[in-house]
Design a protein around this ligand. Structure first.
Ligand code: ASP
Ligand code: MG
Length: 402
């Protein structure tokens, strides 16, 4: 079997953990499997590198930043090769350039396009355990790029797809994907399985277990993933196309506090105004999430929407500058909000999920400010201070607990 294993930064944070991972790699190798391992930078190395760069230049060029950040992963793979060699196993580390991990040219947020096989295949033929740097690639200028924070997951899935691996395992410091963040919802439990679509929603809702793109790629190429802990032998969560074992309406509750709501009041009730407003934001690459337009009151209407808090200031200033063009009277905003969502493939074919969620919030006396739904997700915007209570109430009412 060819197995791709990915270990996150916390799994290789120090000497003990490096050897712990080395032993887990060896388990498969000893059984005669071919093993390709993707590693992240140790512990909070990437954060520290970011800080260090900003001490030198507050606004560093993205090219140099990628050149710099990619060193974290290079350290990890070389150290792991040394660890494996020290316990008597043949291992070789390779960076993105050596493998040939080709990406788009956008620095700091590059997309993987193609992975060369030759080097990896020839090292596997030599019976080497291969350690590949996560998170990085090379672009057509032969410059180093990075895939965005958390991007090592994507490296692993892309490698598994390219090499047609038999297994792709993502090791982290939690035992899998949970019905909710266990730090917020003590009753949360680990899921045995989850679909790609559910996982995608959860990942984009801020559940930090898997990088968004990695799930997209896994779905696209049908790579079944296992998310599990490097610190225990627990089974983990399988991410795949369809789940049969658990016929649950909802598989998880997630919250996102990086949300702000902006409302433009008194917009002329005529065609083209929403277009005007959102094209201004789109031009500045400001993503909007939930959008709500009030019913026209004869002459005017209100449009409110949410965006991430990091975008709030810029969004406000664009709207203020163009208020006349949008024909709005004034702008209001609220930063003390959070988005709470339930995700479940089962809701596509079941009614009553929304009402159950709203009932839970009503029972907890939590006011809903905005609502949005998709096939497999319902999100509500509430006051930030109610987040934890809302999550617990919803989790309870869907009986997602242990
Ligand atoms: N080291 C990178 C980060 O911290 C990539 C990763 O961990 O997946 O974002
Ligand atoms: Mg990660």
């Amino acid at each position: 079997m060819l197995i791709v294993k990915k270990f996150g930064g916390s799994s290789v944070a120090n000497k003990e953990r490096v050897f712990n991972v080395a032993r887990r790699i060896v388990e498969d190798y000893k059984e005669g499997h071919q093993v390709v391992v993707v590693l992240s930078a140790q512990g909070d190395t990437t954060d520290l590198l970011l800080e260090k760069a900003r001490e030198i230049n507050k606004n560093p060029s993205r090219r140099e930043m990628d050149m710099f950040l990619s060193t974290g992963e290079q350290q990890s793979v070389a150290l792991m090769a040394m660890a494996l060699q020290s316990i008597g196993y043949p291992a070789i580390s390779l960076n993105a350039y050596q493998v040939g991990m080709h990406t788009s040219s956008v620095y700091s947020n590059a997309r993987l396009k193609r992975i060369d096989q030759e080097r990896i295949m020839s090292e596997l033929e030599r019976n080497n355990i291969i350690l590949v740097t996560g998170f990085q690639g090379i672009n057509r200028y032969e410059d180093i790029t990075t895939l965005g924070r958390g991007g090592s997951d994507t490296t692993a899935v892309a490698l598994a797809a390219a090499l047609k691996a038999d297994r792709c395992e993502i090791y982290t410091d939690v035992e899998g994907v949970y019905t909710a963040d266990p730090r917020v919802v003590p009753n949360a439990r680990k899921l045995d399985e989850i679909t790609y679509d559910e996982m995608l929603e959860l990942a984009s809702l801020g559940a930090k277990v898997l990088h968004n793109r990695s799930v997209e790629l896994a779905k696209k190429y049908g790579v079944e993933l296992v998310v599990r802990s490097s610190l225990s032998q627990a089974e983990g969560t399988i991410v795949k196309e369809e789940c049969k074992m658990e016929k649950m309406l909802v598989s998880g509750v997630a919250a996102d506090k990086n949300v702000a709501r902006i409302a433009v009041i008194g917009i002329k009730d005529e065609p083209g105004k929403a277009f005007e407003l959102f094209s201004l934001l789109a031009k500045k690459n400001i993503n909007v999430d939930i959008i709500l337009q009030s019913i026209g009151r004869g002459r005017s209407k209100d449009i409110s929407f949410t965006t991430s808090r990091d975008n709030l200031e810029e969004a406000l200033s664009i709207i203020h500058e163009n208020l006349e063009r949008i024909s709005g009277e004034r702008v209001e905003y609220d930063e003390q909000v959070a988005k709470v969502s339930v995700v479940g493939a089962g809701m596509a074919s079941n009614s009553g999920v929304a009402s159950l969620m709203f009932e839970a919030l009503f029972d907890a006396n939590i006011n809903i400010k905005m609502i949005s739904t998709s096939e497999i997700k319902i999100s509500v915007l509430i006051n930030e201070k109610d987040t934890e209570e809302a999550m617990n109430a919803i989790h309870e009412s869907f009986k997602l607990f242990k």
